[in-house]
Design a protein around this ligand. Sequence first.
Ligand code: FMN
Length: 193
Amino acid sequence: MTFYDLILKRRTIRRFKEKKIPYQILERCVNAARLAPSVANLQPCEYLIIDGEDLLDQVFPTLGWAGYISDGTPPPAEAPTAYIIVLINKEIKAPKYRYDVGFGVENMLLTALEEGIGSCCFASIDRDRLRKNLNIPQKYVIDLVVALGYPNEAPVEEKLKESVKYWKDEHGVLHVPKRELKSILHRNIIASH
Ligand SMILES: Cc1cc2nc3c(=O)[nH]c(=O)nc-3n(C[C@H](O)[C@H](O)[C@H](O)COP(=O)(O)O)c2cc1C
């Protein structure tokens, strides 16, 4: 599969198999994030891998799953088998750190996918609870959580018609509306409609 094929294939996964991810793969994901572009090369991001059985349960309830659908939260048997928490080291003054997070996390998601691992990013996090549960020092901003695991669902891309809201069909397949290329691509001038 080419790199471009991986990009086309990636969909957010929220249902996972009960199969552990080898630690070396998680470390590889972090290494891919580490090497991403960084504003002024300040590199304020650090990464906390959670793959200990008891600690997984400390992360899961702090996450807000799939706000657009009613059955977005996976049952315990389909919960993620690892998390990578993106932390910002406040001692490195990097006000534009969100660019770094975006570049780094996409590297991470695609590196995981190359190994057959699905992922879901979380900005909806009960950060106070997560900090307490994992004893994360105040010197870190908890920016994003990436949930990982071997996929137990196969969401599909859909042409966006009226709404950006993803939905599940009668077979439980998640459909994810995406704006069409022609509606977002401009060449040389922005044509008036
Ligand atoms: C920065 C960011 C934060 C997100 N936060 C959440 C979240 O809190 N909960 C969730 O279920 N999905 C979250 N997502 C996943 C999006 O819902 C998902 O990317 C979007 O529906 C498009 O689907 P796709 O990733 O399959 O293209 C987040 C995605 C991004 C990029």
